[in-house]
Design a protein around this ligand. Structure first.
Ligand code: TMP
Length: 210
């Protein structure tokens, strides 16, 4: 495919939302057409699934139901938005993708990894990001950031131990996929995080011969 697929991953409160705007400007500055999106979401069907999953009223939702809903949203998002944009040659930047499910539903909620790996492949028809930027941070500090935002959806109200498992899960995935992942300290001042992101992106583009 002609385009480039970049994902931004990390625990809640790691600063993804602030940095994705910067990532977008960076690629636009380099002359690329950028499609910015997020998971769960990105298309009308996936956005409806998002509200279903994140609704704090749905406390009875089982981990398996949740996993399958993320996968359903991802299948639609990939087919309707991501793949067509990549075929057009765009840079697609997604706030979360397949790794979030392996970590939140797999490591943190304890669902079998092999099943989730298989479902990810099924949902995406084997689409794998070209580059994944992982914003990392100490779980207690990041949880405090989320609490300061005062916006608690169903998943933000999990305890510290859950968030520690999420952090460890992401770091392990990064270790297992060193070619695709770059880990960035999300607790540094915003300007420094930007610098680190810029460095990773420029190095990535250089390697691709752009
Ligand atoms: P966000 O706050 O980054 O928009 O993500 C919404 C929540 O959904 C966040 O707590 C992480 C969670 N999530 C999963 O548990 N599994 C997934 O596959 C995805 C994409 C998100």
């Amino acid at each position: 495919m002609a385009g480039i697929f970049i994902t931004l991953e990390g625990p809640d409160g790691s600063g993804k939302t602030t940095q994705i705007a910067y990532l977008r400007t960076l690629f636009e500055r380099e002359g690329f057409t950028v499609v910015q999106t997020r998971e769960p979401g990105g298309t009308p069907i996936a956005d409806r699934i998002r509200s279903l999953i994140l609704d704090p009223a749905h406390r009875e939702m089982t981990a398996r139901t949740e996993a399958l809903l993320y996968m359903a949203a991802r299948a639609q998002h990939t087919a309707e938005l991501i793949r067509p944009a990549l075929h057009r040659g765009a840079v697609v930047i997604s706030d979360r993708y397949t790794d979030s499910t392996l970590v939140y539903q797999g490591v943190a909620r304890g669902l079998p990894q092999e099943a989730l790996v298989w479902l990810n492949r099924f949902a995406t028809e084997d689409l794998v990001p070209d580059l994944t930027l992982l914003l990392d941070g100490e779980s207690g500090n990041l949880a405090q950031r989320v609490a300061d935002r005062g916006n608690r959806d169903r998943l933000d109200s999990e305890g510290l131990e859950f968030h520690q498992r999420v952090r460890a899960g992401f770091l392990r995935l990064a270790e297992q996929n060193p070619g695709r992942f770059r880990v960035i300290d999300g607790e540094q001042p915003v300007e420094n995080v930007r610098w680190a992101i810029e460095k990773c992106v420029m190095e990535f583009l250089r390697k691709r011969g752009r």
